[in-house]
Design a protein around this ligand. Structure first.
Ligand code: CMC
Length: 391
């Protein structure tokens, strides 16, 4: 009769040691390998941050060039994967397809099974980083019935993603540098966030020695929910439903009503009890994108006013509820022309590097231990089994 600590939702349980990301939720601080998120979003690009997360240090100029070349080498997906898409209904949610196709990569790279070989692990990491934008864009193209676009490797990581989303064989896509930078920033802001539900899922799956592509598929499944990565899609739905500034008080009242399951999407966080530092960068980027596109989006006004009212409301102050990373991201993505069903896919694509960094970290000496939580059993005590009379 051992005594266990009961900690549902892991409110106060550290599940691992990690050197990747530091969060101080009370102060609103987020550091990757020691670098503040705002500095990275302002001064680095996504692949530079990816290198930092995967290898622990920012790349030198030479390493950066080599890293980009390596990622470019692996952007294509196997032709059989393209055919695999055709097994899905066209109206499938793209996250359903992402769960399937990312896990299916395990069937194409047999060396990924050899997880004890460091070279194979490194190759799997690069393959995942390189192929995720290709798969994500294919989900979109499939849903609208357009041909898949091959990656265009002369473009940047985010420029290439926009190209695969919006170019067609008859019409190239002129990458707008402001939108390209905004996309890249969205990727950076979602790249890692320590032991969130999906990262913990990846680590849990990986702790049994499972295939890394399958572990990433598990992470994507966990991310899908509206309390986690699905919040960006849910948030834009909410902003559209509110529609105009005059309807905000009604929704604030609903969010405070304990008999109403409604929550303000894009608000609140398990760890941040202060402004999410990612939301600050996101709001600024949102402003830049709308200005560049000359869009006067009423949803942005609704979002800013909602934020203003919520942050001065005693309920939100007392509960320490602030906008999180998902509050403004949907407005940016929508302005770029990305449909809301793709929002969580983009989150998954950007978070993949964080998931892989955590997976890699598990192979450090002393880190690999199968995850096996206990439970508090509240069911029947032992009782006799009376065989059923089957005549
Ligand atoms: N609107 C209204 N009330 C809220 C909200 C909200 N968005 N979030 C939390 N609360 C209240 C909740 O009702 C509870 O009140 P009380 O203590 O009076 O019963 C209290 O705040 C604590 O909530 P909790 O659900 O116990 O907190 P949690 O740490 O388990 O949940 C959360 C964190 C992110 C799931 C939650 O804040 C939420 O559902 N937010 C909306 C969804 C969202 O935006 N998710 C994205 C998170 S950031 C990106 C990511 O991690 O993927």
């Amino acid at each position: 009769n051992k005594l266990f600590t009961f900690d549902p939702g892991f409110m106060s349980t550290a599940s691992c040691v990690s050197e990747i990301t530091y969060i101080d939720g009370d102060e609103g601080i987020l550091l990757h390998r020691g670098y503040p998120i705002a500095d990275l979003a302002q001064n680095a690009d996504y692949l530079e941050v990816a290198h930092l997360l995967l290898f622990g240090e920012r790349p030198t100029q030479q390493e950066y060039k080599e890293f980009i070349q390596l990622v470019r080498k692996h952007t294509l997906v196997h032709e059989q994967i393209s055919r695999f898409f055709h097994g899905f209904r066209r109206d499938s949610h793209p996250m359903a397809i992402m769960c399937g196709v990312s896990g299916a990569l395990a069937a194409f790279y047999h060396d990924s099974l050899d997880i004890n070989n460091i070279q194979h692990r490194e190759l799997t990491a690069i393959r995942l980083l390189a192929k995720m934008p290709t798969l994500a864009a294919m989900c979109y193209k499939y849903s609208i019935g357009q041909p898949f676009m091959f990656p265009l490797n002369k473009l940047s990581y985010s420029g290439n993603f926009l190209h695969m989303m919006f170019a067609t064989p008859c019409e190239p896509y002129e990458v707008n540098p402001v939108l390209e930078r905004a996309m890249d920033r969205i990727f950076i802001l979602h790249a890692d966030h320590e032991q969130n539900a999906s990262t913990s899922t990846v680590r849990t799956a990986a702790s049994s020695g499972a295939n890394p592509f399958a572990c990433i598929a598990a992470g994507i499944a966990s991310l899908w929910g509206p309390a986690h990565g699905g919040a960006n899609e849910a948030c834009i739905n909410m902003l559209e439903e509110i529609g105009t500034v005059d309807r905000i008080p009604e929704y604030i009242a609903r969010a405070k009503d304990k008999n109403d399951p409604f929550r303000l999407m894009g608000f609140g966080h398990r760890v941040y009890k202060n402004y999410d530092p990612r939301a600050k960068v996101m709001r600024k980027t949102c402003h830049e994108v709308l200005k560049e596109l000359n869009i006067d989006n009423p949803l942005f006004d609704v979002a800013m006013e909602l934020e203003r009212i919520a942050l001065s409301d005693p309920y939100f102050i007392e509960h320490k509820l602030y906008p999180n990373v998902d509050f403004y991201s949907g407005i940016i993505l929508k302005a770029i022309g990305i449909p809301k069903s793709m929002f969580t896919v983009i989150f998954a694509m950007a978070r993949t590097v964080g998931w892989i960094a955590h997976w890699k970290e598990m192979f450090k000496p002393g880190n690999m231990k199968i995850v096996r939580p206990r439970q508090l059993y509240t069911g029947h005590t032992e009782r006799p089994f009376e065989p059923m009379d089957k005549d």
